[in-house]
Each structure stands twice: as C-alpha cells, then as structure tokens.
Design a protein around this ligand. Structure first.
Ligand SMILES: Nc1ncnc2c1ncn2[C@@H]1O[C@H](COP(=O)(O)OP(=O)(O)O)[C@@H](O)[C@H]1O
Ligand SMILES: [Mg+2]
Length: 264
C-alpha cells in the first residue's frame, strides 16, 4: 500500500508529543476508520521510533503480549512478545482495540502499565523487566455503542490519563483527506459521497441503521471513480449493498437515499 501523509486536522500530533514528553500514556477513542492507526503511525515516524503493535480480540492471550517458550533444535528458548520487546527497546507500543481484550490479559497488561513500568517475566526466568526511559504506550478503543465492545475497567482506563477523541471529520476536512488518497478529480461526486456517508452515520448514531460507514468507504468510493466507475454504481457497491446483511427493509431505506442523491 502507498504511504499517505496523515492530515492532522485536530492537532492530535501535538497532544501526543506533549503526552510523550510528560511520560503519560494516551488513549484514542473513536469509531473505526477515523484515522486512529494512521495517526499513531505518523507520530511514531515523526519521532523516528519503532512501533510495536497488537490488535486485541477475544482470542488474544497473555502469551501474545509477554511471549512464549519455543523449542528449536532441542533447546527451549523464550520468544518475547510485543509488550516485553517494546519495554526493553523503549519504543512505542500500540494497543489497538484494547477493550476487546479478556480480563486476564488486561490484568497482565496492567502490571506493566502502572507507575513503576515494570513486569516480572514469570513465564520464563522470572526476570524483572524495567521499561527503558522513553517507553510510550498508546491504546485505542471504539465507543461503547459499537457492538462487541466491552467497558474498559476503570483501573486500566486510569493508566491512560490523556484521552484523544477522534470522530468523523467535518465535510471539508474529509474531502481534503480523501483527496490525499486519489488523483484529485471528481470533486463534486466525492462531496456527494461524503454527504451520503454523513447521512448514514447520523442514522446509525440514533440506531436507525446498523452500520456506520467510515473514511475507508469515502476513500474507496473515490478510488472507484478514479478507475472509471459511475458515481451511482460506486455508491451502491461501497455504501448500499452492505445493508442487505440486515435485511431488505434496511437495504431499501439506504437504496432510496442513494437514488435520491445519485439518480436512477
Ligand atoms: N487524517 C487523515 N489523513 C490521511 N488519511 C486518513 C486520515 N484519517 C483517516 N485516513 C485514512 O482513512 C483510512 C482509515 O484510517 P485508519 O487509520 O485505518 O482508521 P482507524 O485506525 O481509526 O480504523 C485509512 O486509509 C487512512 O489512511
Ligand atoms: Mg485501526
């Protein structure tokens, strides 16, 4: 994938910089596709820091964070996980969708995130790992309204005292972001698509629809136009068809909106 420069439309990089300098960990809260991962990548790059990442799910185990024993050529070695690696190297650890993690995993994480910034490697030698000076942790969570998300225990929340809210951007900013990803033609159609996305987002916010399109969709729409697709088709394939998952009534509701905006 091509690298697209992150557009820092709400000064998030500055907040990350201040938090980093103050040694405070950061939680980014926002729905999917609002640029959380891009923001963190851009920040790490600007700091010339290596980024260790983990994307949490119900299947994430402590061993993914801490590490596990492996047998190679008859000897048992310990393969350190992302948490230990990032602590040793003193770089940035990116904990994506941390509220999808199970309680026992969070508990182990909490050990490292507390003010002493250290963890006992009980799985291996029992060594006490102390994080290097510049160790920095950024977590993300989806708002609780999103299905499948759990509430983060207050104790874990308190380890991230700086909280950045990342919402869908205002229309003109979204247009600017989308244009970073495509050739720059089709501006009026892209504006229409952003309006459509915002209509669907608002309906999803009040639970009239089950799905809220992200910046990924408005960017995908623009890319299809770049490849010669009509805006009506692109709207159908990117924004409309997904709603058939929730049945014909839901789909028809969105189809009517698309027809009214992009024609028959
Ligand atoms: N501010 C921005 N500047 C440039 N691209 C952005 C910006 N915000 C979102 N994007 C693009 O939108 C898409 C989704 O962003 P991503 O960082 O993956 O979101 P999230 O991690 O919140 O799900 C990516 O293609 C990303 O490049
Ligand atoms: Mg992401």
């Amino acid at each position: 994938m091509e690298e697209v420069q992150y557009l820092d439309w709400n000064n998030s990089i500055q907040i990350l910089n201040k938090a980093f300098e103050a040694g405070l960990f950061v939680l980014i809260i926002g729905p999917k596709g609002t640029g959380k991962t891009s923001l963190v990548r851009d920040f790490a790059q600007s700091k010339n820091m290596n980024l260790q990442s983990i994307n949490f799910s119900l299947r994430t185990r402590e061993s993914h964070l801490v590490g596990s024993k492996t047998l190679t050529d008859g000897t048992v070695t310990f393969d350190e996980g992302v948490l230990i690696k990032s602590m040793r190297e003193g770089n940035t650890l990116y904990l994506d969708e941390i509220n999808a993690a199970e309680a026992d995993v969070l508990l182990r994480l909490d050990e490292a995130l507390d003010d002493r910034r250290q963890i006992v490697l009980k799985e291996s030698t029992g060594e006490l790992i102390k994080a290097k000076e510049n160790w920095f942790v950024i977590g993300t969570i989806n708002p609780l309204t999103h299905s499948g998300t759990k509430e983060l225990p207050p104790q874990i929340l308190s380890r991230f005292p700086v909280r950045i809210r990342l919402e869908y951007p205002p229309e003109d900013i979204e247009l600017e972001i989308v244009k970073k990803h495509v050739s720059g033609k089709h501006e009026s159609e892209i504006i229409q698509a952003i309006k459509l996305a915002n209509t669907l987002r608002q309906a999803a916010a009040v639970e009239e629809l089950f799905y809220s399109p992200s910046l990924r969709e408005t960017i995908a729409f623009a890319k299809l136009l770049d490849k010669g697709m009509s805006s009506k088709d692109a709207a159908k394939f990117v924004f409309g068809n997904v709603y058939t998952q929730w049945g014909n009534i839901e789909y028809q509701k969105v189809s009517d909106i698309i027809t009214s905006m992009f024609g028959n």
